[in-house]
Structures are given as C-alpha cells and as structure tokens.
Design a binder for this molecule. Structure first.
Ligand SMILES: Nc1ncnc2c1ncn2[C@@H]1O[C@H](COP(=O)(O)OP(=O)(O)OP(=O)(O)O)[C@@H](O)[C@H]1O
Ligand SMILES: O=P(O)(O)OC[C@H]1O[C@H](OP(=O)(O)OP(=O)(O)O)[C@H](O)[C@@H]1O
Length: 206
C-alpha cells in the first residue's frame, strides 16, 4: 500500500510541489489534477484539504502523513507526531497596529484568525484581552475600528504596509511541517520510512 499524504491546499501546495520535484519525485499527476481532491502518483496517494482539516485527516489515520503550517499546529494542537520542518511556508506571527498609533490604556480588542495563539501570547504578558475571531482580511479590523490591533501571519509585510499597519511585536517564526499519524508511524513503518527519509533529507539539504 502506498502512503497517503494530506497536503494543505493553496500556498503550501504550490511550494510543496516544487520541493517534492526538487528531491526527485514525479509531480506530473499532481500538476494535472484539475479539481480532483485525491490523486495518485507512482509513490504516494495525495489528498488535498485546508490546513486544519489536514491535521484532522492525519489525527484520524485517514492520511499517514500531512504537510501543514506550524501556525495551524500551534493553534489547534492536534494529537499527531510533529516530525520535522520543511524548507518552505516561512512566515511569522506578529502583533500589528496602525502606524502612528499606540495600543490604548484599557482592555484591548485584538482581531485574529488565531484566537488560541493570541490568547496565549497575551497570557504570557500577563494581559487579558478581548479577542475578535475573523476568518480572513484581518488587516481590515483596526482600520475599520473593530479592533485595536491584530495577531496575524506576516510574510513579505506587503499586506500590512498597503493597509497602513506596522509590526509592533513578533510572536513566532513558522515554516511548513511534516506531521504523521501516531499509529501509522508504528504499523506502516516500512511503507512510510522511504518517503519520510527523503522528505527529511531534502529538507536538510535545502
Ligand atoms: N502570506 C503568507 N506567506 C507564507 N506563508 C503563509 C502566508 N499565509 C499563510 N501562510 C502559511 O501557509 C499556510 C496556508 O496558508 P493559506 O493562506 O494558503 O491558507 P489559509 O489562509 O490558512 O486558509 P484559506 O484556505 O482560508 O486561505 C498557513 O497555515 C501558513 O503556515
Ligand atoms: O506579509 P504578506 O506577504 O502580505 O502576507 C500576509 C498576508 O497573507 C495572509 O493572508 P491570505 O493571503 O491568506 O488571505 P486572508 O487574509 O484571506 O487569510 C495573512 O493572513 C496576511 O493577510
């Protein structure tokens, strides 16, 4: 049986394919997949899902391995093996505010797609905040007066800059990670070993 790998759709998918090709795997069936969500290559079966769902498929053993952002692992704390970092998906989590403004001297309102990371960050600082959960375009929240600041992913900084925001504090650096189902790793050791080895070796070389 081929190993099943759950791959985060979108940004990480594109970067993973480049990486997978660079370490010698045939990605043609993946490039040609169209809207298919399950695709076989010579070596593996791939399923495509949103990041948090990747962790769910791996946690339940439907996928043996997963490729997911470390931000998702930190936010949702799935019960999986967090195996090793991959050389793509680099970004940072940061607290950002409007340029030229300060956080107010009252209980702060912070908007984020990552309420658990936000809560933990302010808890470490000994501060209780009101968290407003958003699903995207988080940079809008301070501009429109919904929040005093945001906790969000920053890569190039373009989205912050073009919306008049600046990083006030960096919280964490992240990359993509390879995760594994706990029992697959034991039961399917022989099937998984070669692919894990080459992903890990490729990640070190890059
Ligand atoms: N601007 C970015 N630059 C680099 N990596 C990013 C960036 N934004 C997100 N990421 C990383 O890529 C992963 C997938 O992000 P992506 O934007 O494709 O999906 P998402 O925003 O989490 O969900 P959605 O599918 O709703 O857009 C994130 O979990 C994070 O690790
Ligand atoms: O620093 P940058 O390179 O500009 O990237 C950062 C932006 O990318 C992500 O959003 P995404 O594009 O996933 O859209 P979303 O806001 O709808 O989640 C993230 O939430 C930031 O908004």
């Amino acid at each position: 049986m081929k190993p099943t790998i759950a791959l985060t759709k979108g940004r990480l998918e594109k970067q993973f394919l480049e990486f997978f090709k660079s370490i010698g795997y045939d990605i043609e069936p993946l490039v040609q997949k169209g809207r298919k969500l399950r695709v076989d290559t010579a070596d593996c079966q791939f399923v495509f899902a949103k990041g948090v769902d990747v962790t769910t498929y791996v946690e339940h053993g439907i996928a043996d391995l997963g490729i997911v952002g470390e931000d998702v692992l930190t936010e949702f704390q799935p019960d999986v093996y967090n195996l090793f970092p991959l050389p793509f998906g680099n970004c940072r989590m940061a607290l950002a505010i409007e340029e030229g403004k300060q956080l107010p001297n009252r209980k702060r309102k912070i908007a984020s797609k990552y309420p658990a990371i936000t809560k933990e960050y302010f808890k470490q600082k000994g501060e209780s905040v009101d968290i407003v959960k958003l699903e995207g375009s988080v940079e809008l929240a301070p501009i429109l007066g919904l929040a005093d600041g945001i906790v969000d992913i920053v890569e190039t900084g373009t989205t912050l800059k073009e919306n008049g925001l600046i990083v006030k504090e960096e919280i964490h650096q992240y990359s993509a990670r390879c995760i594994a189902n706990r029992s697959s790793l034991k039961i399917k050791r022989d099937t998984l070993h070669p692919i894990i080895q080459s992903l890990q070796k490729g990640a070190v070389i890059k």
